[in-house]
Design a protein around this ligand. Structure first.
Ligand code: ADP
Ligand code: MG
Length: 339
């Protein structure tokens, strides 16, 4: 008799949660991405205690069909791709169908969603992967996700959570990246009752930068805008003297998705050449667009890494685009070339 057997769905979800849900910030990232994919124009986020006791994300997107609500929390359930072909041209932030079941496996989740303006929707409550309740509920169009007591049933994971301040720092990073990647969406973020970020959603990237990094920093940035056969690069990047000690100051978006990509960052820094002091980084938000078939986002469960199919060509394009942006500025710092 063989001893190999398939894991039951509950256990499989808990294991997947270990990869997808590292800390409150990973829950926030997945839920905001879902709101963005649903076409929301407002996304309101509330957190308590670094997101460990409560995270609530309310969007005005297209909502979840009442009949789909249960399915949305099942493993590999997604409305975003349906065939293998789709995998090679991903246009949404999500596509794995793993976030909701993973989150619901390690927290107490209530989701209320409505697809129209009837004032009615449907609600579901799931705790540690078990459905506790499903019922009709009053709701406005969009989705309201409340995640309480993250890791309540996985004490080993809970033990690894840092202080509220550290978790809040990670939550803020996620909020900032999402706000920077979508200036056309109005985001709010409040923690333990105080509002930490508010963007207008009017589409102006410089205003979002100002809301996050301050007006002075936003003013000291130049516009990047270049296009070449396969690629387009837009955004804002700091003038050479406006540098920071932290690489986090660099936000790279590929087709709207925040990624960590040396293939973009290195040529970007190269463009500053000797203008950057050693170990200083420019505040920068760069939005790289290309046909979805030219980039593979299915490399990493958190989708933080991507693979480009024509990397050499891409690197040359980025360096040239940033160099052009810096060259076009009128302000050339005297003596900055001396290291
Ligand atoms: P994925 O995003 O990879 O499809 P998720 O587990 O995050 O997987 O979500 C499962 C499905 O639930 C999504 O494909 C979508 O149809 C639906 N869904 C989740 N969140 C929202 C939301 N905020 N608004 C509308 N639909 C949503
Ligand atoms: Mg998702």
């Amino acid at each position: 008799m063989g001893i190999i057997k398939l894991l039951d769905e509950h256990l499989a979800n808990q294991i997947a949660a270990g990869e997808v849900v590292e800390r409150p910030a990973s829950v926030l990232k997945e839920l905001i991405e879902n709101a963005v994919d649903a076409g929301a124009t407002t996304v309101d986020v509330t957190a308590e205690d670094g997101g460990l006791t409560l995270l609530r994300i309310v969007d005005n997107g297209r909502g979840i069909e009442p009949d789909d609500l249960r399915t949305a929390f099942q493993r590999h359930a997604t409305s975003k791709i349906s065939s293998g072909k789709d995998l090679f041209q991903i246009v949404t932030l999500g596509f794995r169908g793993e976030a909701l079941p993973s989150i619901a496996a390690v927290a107490k989740v209530r989701c209320v969603s409505s697809i129209d303006d009837s004032g009615l929707g449907r609600a579901i409550e799931i705790e540690g992967g078990a459905i506790k309740k499903e019922e009709d509920a009053a709701a406005t169009r969009g989705t309201d996700m409340t995640v309480r007591e993250l890791f309540f049933n996985t004490p080993a994971r809970l033990k690894y959570m840092r202080t509220v301040q550290t978790e809040l720092g990670h939550l803020s990073d996620v909020m900032y990246r999402q706000a920077l990647s979508r200036p056309d969406i109005a985001f709010t973020f409040s923690h333990n009752g105080s509002t930490l970020l508010r963007t207008t959603g009017n589409g102006d990237l410089r205003q979002v930068v100002a809301a996050i990094y301050g007006t002075a920093a936003a003013k000291a940035m130049v516009e990047v805008k270049s296009e070449h056969l396969d690629y387009s690069l837009t955004g804002l990047t700091a003038m050479p003297l406006e540098t920071r000690s932290n690489r986090n100051a660099i936000t790279i978006l590929v087709n709207g998705r925040y990624v960590r990509s040396p293939a973009v960052v290195q040529p970007m820094l190269q463009a500053y050449h000797t203008l950057l002091p050693i170990n200083r980084f420019p505040l920068s938000v760069l939005n790289l667009r290309m046909h979805p078939t030219l980039v593979d986002v299915n490399v990493h469960p958190a989708k933080l890494e991507v693979r480009f199919s024509k990397e050499t060509e891409l690197r040359a394009f980025i360096e040239e685009a940033v160099r052009k942006a810096l060259g076009e500025q009128t302000y050339i710092p005297s003596g900055a070339a001396v290291r």
